[in-house]
Design a protein around this ligand. Structure first.
Ligand code: FEO
Length: 170
């Protein structure tokens, strides 16, 4: 049986991950509407990954005897004025998600919930990758984004991203 605070935080994380998927779909829509299909593809796949994250939290709770309540998902509310805006918003969002994961980790540590800590270890590592990816794209956009040919090449590269299922299975 999970500690109530830990279970509540894990349940809340389902919603946060689904919101992340919504946010990235919104970014994807923005880029597709502006003919940057590669950026659109990148964020569409990012949204798929976020849905996977939500399912992992859901299944972990199910496997531990919980029946998580599914709360309403907020609508994405960020307004994008430049091609750079979603990239900066994505980095900021991933830093926020890292803080959420760390918060659950701290609660699990406090209650000696080693099973949940082991489950969360994958997400701790994943957040490192998520932040690095977001930071890399933003950095490369700042270097090359103002040159149309370079932007075209970056868009083509991001268009090559393909979906792969998460390495964590429960
Ligand atoms: Fe589920 Fe992008 O963190």
């Amino acid at each position: 049986m999970l500690n109530k605070k830990v279970a509540d935080l894990l349940e809340n994380q389902i919603n946060k991950e689904l919101y992340s998927a919504y946010l990235y779909l919104d970014m994807s829509n923005y880029y597709y509407a502006n003919n940057l299909d590669g950026f659109g593809n990148w964020y569409k796949i990012q949204a798929q990954e976020e849905r996977d994250h939500a399912m992992l939290f859901l299944e972990y709770l199910q496997n531990n005897g919980e029946a998580p309540k599914l709360a309403a998902i907020d609508a994405p509310d960020k307004a994008f004025k430049t091609f750079r805006d979603p990239l900066a918003a994505a980095l900021e969002h991933e830093e926020y998600v890292t803080s959420l994961i760390n918060n659950i980790y701290a609660a699990a540590l406090e209650t000696h919930d080693y099973r949940t800590l082991q489950f969360l270890d994958w997400f701790v590592k994943e957040q490192g990758e998520e932040e690095k990816n977001a930071n890399d794209i933003l950095g490369r956009f700042d270097l090359f984004g103002s040159d149309p040919k370079s932007l075209y090449a970056l868009d083509a590269e991001l268009g090559g991203r393909t979906y792969s299922a998460p390495s964590l299975t429960l």
